[in-house]
Design a protein around this ligand. Structure first.
Ligand code: HEC
Length: 184
């Protein structure tokens, strides 16, 4: 009984340093996680710049005036692939309706590296996923972590259009030599 009372009285004294240590450990751990997250995001930003994503995915870029207020918000120019169709680079911002907001990190990595979207459609090779297939998993993850920090832009790109459809927007087309019949 005596021992019990003593333990009861001692408990707060014993517990305090333990709780304090746990608290400071978790604060340090949290700070380290936040720092790792910031490093990962700046690596993603660097890779997105170097990977040229904006050349295709930012409106205005193909007209020489990239719209920085809608950075990676989806192009206004379709890319025509002979025999396959016309594909408009979609919105990569975290907008839930028109961008990648409803996709998981893993789904975005899969699209970037294998071309397969959550619906099962394989992206046209004008999206250079063959080139991005060689990214390390960590770099592909960093790209997605960065994309998730972008301000959401509400912009649904049209398409994709089939090979004989006539898209109602500007398109980039590879023209055959003048003396050849044009392919669809
Ligand atoms: C040369 C142009 C081009 C470049 C560069 C490019 N993309 Fe794309 N991307 C496209 C096109 C076109 C599509 C749509 C293809 C389709 O619909 O079949 C696309 C589709 C995507 C998709 C699928 C989105 C969806 O809603 O279906 C993701 C994700 C993506 N690109 C991410 C990236 C990232 C990240 C980069 C840079 C590392 C990048 N792209 C660089 C042209 C490009």
């Amino acid at each position: 009984m005596v021992a019990k009372i003593k333990m009861k009285q001692l408990f707060p004294l014993l517990a305090m340093p333990v709780l304090a240590a746990l608290y400071s450990y978790s604060t340090v751990a949290r700070a380290e996680t936040a720092e790792a997250g910031a490093v990962q995001i700046s690596r993603g930003k660097y890779l997105v710049q170097f990977g040229g994503c904006t050349d295709c995915h930012t409106p205005g870029y193909r007209f020489g005036k990239p719209d920085s207020t809608r950075f990676l918000g989806g192009s206004d120019v379709g890319m025509r692939v002979s025999g396959l169709g016309t594909f408009v680079p979609p919105n990569l911002t975290p907008d839930k309706e028109t961008g990648l907001g409803a996709w998981t990190k893993e789904q975005i990595i899969t699209a970037i590296q294998t071309g397969v979207t959550p619906s099962g459609r394989v992206l046209a090779p004008v999206m250079p996923w063959h080139a991005y297939a060689g990214l390390t998993k960590s770099d592909a993850g960093a790209i997605v972590d960065y994309l998730k920090t972008l301000p959401p832009v509400n912009n649904q790109v049209p398409g994709p259009f089939g090979p004989v459809e006539k898209p109602p927007i500007y398109t980039i087309t590879l023209m055959p030599p003048a003396n050849t019949t044009q392919h669809n």
